[in-house]
Design a protein around this ligand. Structure first.
Ligand code: SIN
Ligand code: CO
Length: 377
């Protein structure tokens, strides 16, 4: 699969000045860029039951949202409209390759590549997102307006499903044509308006909510704590005011809570959280048995599934591998196979033979197969 080309970007400068902080236009972002998906292919995908898609249109200042799957007649409309298809990288390998453009940012931060098609003047309205996005212009042109920084207190138009801003304060405008990229950090108001028919590829990132981090950390800690430890308060002074929880009682509680937090060991909760798959893995036991058979009897290629969420971290006693929300510790000998899969998305020829010749790497392949992260050919 040819890669989309090199991103024309000073990565160090981008990370120091722009990432998560301010928008950046990257004109002619990709050398010899060719659009990896046509509007017809996109429209076809949105007819499929398992593909997540939406159509947004604006009529007389009223925004409406419709969820897919669609039928061809849904594409006949007389007002400006936009079709948005989520996770197109899961279905189209050429679109998945776009994720390689941003491989200088940890892979587990990438969410999906959403693709939109709009007729002339089509737009999803002025809004902000909670996540970073690289908006890569496919076919045609789109005018992007950038506005104020927003947060959860920013007023929105009343709507059950859409988060359209009540007020958009335009600060910059950029006209993007094929191969241009606009990077937009979380919270920055943006409003794209198609100038003629156009397609946009949004390489979107994800970040766990701190709420979820706290909850997952607490779950891990609860697995480790002795359930028969209790609040203790030896050597206290006599209670003088009936019913009172005294400052000293609270201090004791906080100190004991801190003591419990200090007992936490390991941090697999984080990798498990950030590798949780976007969609459920639909393979069954028969598929798994068949794949195991192929792997054992002479697979020629092992490929990373486009929907796989695979990450790892070095531990003192080995490599902790995270695959679609679960984790397992492996010896360091799995590193070559693991890094090859993360970087090239496949193992073939000598790389595959070497992996199969190392018992720990063979166990890794079996683990990844079971977790729906790889497939064999
Ligand atoms: C679009 O492609 O029209 C919308 C993308 C976005 O605003 O995040
Ligand atoms: Co957006």
């Amino acid at each position: 699969m040819p890669s989309p080309g090199e991103l024309n970007l000073d990565r160090e400068k981008f990370l120091a000045r722009y990432w998560q902080r301010q928008p950046l236009l990257i004109p002619n972002a990709i050398e010899n860029f060719s659009v990896p998906l046509s509007k017809h292919q996109l429209a076809g995908l949105a007819l499929e039951e398992e593909v997540e898609s939406r159509i947004i249109e604006c009529r007389d200042n009223t925004w409406t949202l419709q969820h897919g799957p669609f039928q061809n007649k849904d594409y006949q409309r007389d007002t400006p409209w936009t079709l948005l298809v989520q996770a197109v990288d899961h279905y189209i390998p050429e679109v998945a390759q776009l994720r390689k453009l941003v491989d200088f940012i940890p892979q587990w931060r990438v969410d999906d590549v959403m693709v939109s098609y709009a007729v002339d003047a089509g737009s999803v309205g002025p809004h902000y997102d909670n996540y970073d996005v690289f908006l890569l212009q496919g076919e045609g042109e789109r005018l992007w307006k950038l506005g104020q920084f927003c947060d959860r207190d920013t007023p929105l138009q009343p709507h059950d499903d859409l988060r359209i801003l009540s007020l958009f304060e335009c600060e910059q405008e950029y006209l993007l044509s094929t191969g241009d990229i606009l990077y937009v950090p979380p919270g920055v108001a943006h409003w794209g308006i198609a100038q003629g028919e156009c397609t946009t590829f949004s390489i979107g990132f994800r970040a766990p909510r701190v709420n979820d981090m706290v909850s997952r950390f607490a779950d891990q800690l609860l697995e480790q704590l002795d359930p028969d430890q209790f609040y203790h308060d030896a050597m206290q002074t006599p209670a003088s005011r009936a019913g009172e929880i005294r400052p000293r009682d609270l201090e004791r509680a906080m100190a004991q809570l801190q003591g419990a937090l200090d007992q936490a060991s390991g941090n697999h909760w984080f990798g498990e959280l950030v590798t949780e798959p976007r969609y459920e893995n639909l393979s069954d036991d028969d598929d798994l048995a068949e794949a195991r058979e192929i792997l054992a009897t002479g697979a020629t290629v092992v490929s990373l599934s486009p929907r796989a969420k695979l990450a790892w971290q070095q531990e003192s006693d080995g490599i902790l591998v995270f695959a679609n929300g679960s984790s397992m510790l492996f010896p360091v000998s799995v590193m070559p196979a693991l890094v090859c899969l993360c970087e090239h998305w496949r193992l073939a020829a000598q790389d595959l033979a070497a992996a199969q010749g190392d018992p720990a790497s063979a166990d890794l392949l079996d683990y990844l197969l079971e977790g729906g992260c790889i497939y064999v050919e």
